[in-house]
Design a protein around this ligand. Structure first.
Ligand SMILES: [Ca+2]
Length: 407
């Protein structure tokens, strides 16, 4: 993004955030800033009681005079709807995330060997987590996404009643990270909600799990890939990762009703549940639970223990499943046998980028050509559909791309 665009964008976000601040603080932005400084001054005692030195506190806040308007805006507009399965998985498990993962597997092989040997966690799972969390570090280069963690958490602690408790706890933890000297305050950057580094750890998780894998004396999950992947491996290991085992299997189901609950893979096999790719289960005595995230007619899975371990990272089935599926493909697997239920013909990753480029040529899209179909792309697709008289569903479909190619 050009500097001018960034400035323009920042101004429009500022305006929106000032409005929402004004709603929170009837006295207006000037008083809101005074209120924030007051909050920072009064939270000092809490931080000190939590073990943060006064000097570290003052140093961390010395250049922070105002809440971060971008953080308040993000906190206000976080979507809470549930995306359909194809929407979630297509944006995470695709040609590009697989190819990048394979390139990273080669590039970091010596360190992945060491991390696997030390923690017993599968390298492909770690690569998939890295992809899901920061697109292999790419988002850390985005000035429009990366925020000062201390300022973000103080902003949420002060201005977002829903997240205030979370933010106060995380702020004390973040200050303690500065106190250890693992990173200095100008590099303590993260997402608007305080998730940090290549593998997006919130400060309390960092405290529990961060490791200095490369041995330079600092646990640097921002700049050291070995530290970041070692830290992710440590989290999974401490939450019960079973070395040498997978997360689960895509399966095909027999007709008729199946019992619920956990059973051994041998028992599932007796019930007629077999692997979708025709291969045998690896260990028939593993206990497994059946999941059909897209309902009957979509792909089905038997999840073993490591699936729930991945959920220690992010407690959502679809997150853990995306990690598992992406890991399998980075390792050379062929992907799903039974695809997600999709009300249109799927585009490849490159075709989705082409779709974005063509929408931008029509003046309907000004985001990145990143193949990710988020709200901006969907709005642009709908605007185009309205223009040419198609049903306005916002789907990144072959039908829309074919129309775009004609004009
Ligand atoms: Ca290190």
């Amino acid at each position: 993004m050009s500097v001018r665009n960034a400035a323009k964008r920042f101004t429009s976000v500022m305006t929106a955030a000032s409005l929402s601040l004004a709603l929170l603080m009837p006295a207006g932005p000037a008083f809101a800033d005074a209120g924030f400084r007051q909050w920072v001054a009064s939270f000092r005692a809490t931080a000190v009681a939590g073990g943060v030195s006064g000097a570290v506190y003052d140093q961390a806040f010395r250049n922070i005079k105002e809440p971060d308007p971008v953080v308040l805006e993000k906190a206000r507009t976080q979507p809470e709807f549930t995306a359909p399965a194809w929407d979630y998985f297509d944006n995470r498990v695709h040609d590009q995330s697989v190819a990048n993962g394979q390139a990273m597997a080669k590039k970091w092989k010596p360190w992945l060997d060491k991390i696997e040997a030390r923690f017993g966690v599968d390298r492909y799972i770690l690569l998939a987590i890295w992809s899901m969390e920061s697109n292999y570090g790419e988002i850390l280069k985005r000035d429009d996404i990366m925020r000062n963690v201390i300022r973000s958490l103080a902003t949420l602690g002060y201005g977002d009643p829903k997240r205030s408790k979370y933010a106060r706890t995380q702020l004390v933890a973040a200050l303690k990270i500065l106190q250890t000297g693992d990173i200095d305050e100008s590099h303590l950057m993260g997402s608007w909600a305080g998730a940090m580094g290549q593998t997006q750890f919130i400060p309390t998780s960092y405290q529990h799990y961060a490791v200095d894998m490369d041995g330079n004396g600092k646990r640097d999950i921002w700049n050291s890939i070995p530290d970041a992947l070692g830290t992710a491996a440590n989290l999974l290991k401490k939450n019960g990762w079973q070395a040498g085992k997978t997360w689960g299997y895509e399966v095909t189901l027999p007709a008729g009703k199946l019992p619920g609950g956990a059973k051994t893979l041998a028992q599932w096999e007796t019930l007629g549940v077999v692997r979708a790719n025709g291969k045998p289960f690896r260990n028939l005595s593993d206990k497994a639970t059946l999941k059909v995230p897209d309902g009957r007619g979509g792909p089905a899975f038997l999840m073993i223990r490591n699936f729930s371990v991945i959920k220690a990272y992010n407690n959502a089935d679809k997150y853990a499943l995306a990690v598992g599926l992406l890991a399998d493909e980075i390792a050379g697997g062929n992907g799903l046998v039974q695809d997600w239920k999709r009300p249109f013909t799927k585009l490849t990753f490159e075709e989705r980028q082409e779709l974005q480029k063509r929408l931008s040529q029509h003046g309907l899209y000004d985001g990145k050509f990143d193949g990710k179909i988020g709200d901006g792309s969907k709005t642009a697709i709908m605007a185009y559909q309205a223009k040419v008289g198609l049903t306005q569903d916002g789907y990144p479909s072959m039908e829309v791309l074919k129309w775009l190619r004609q004009k």
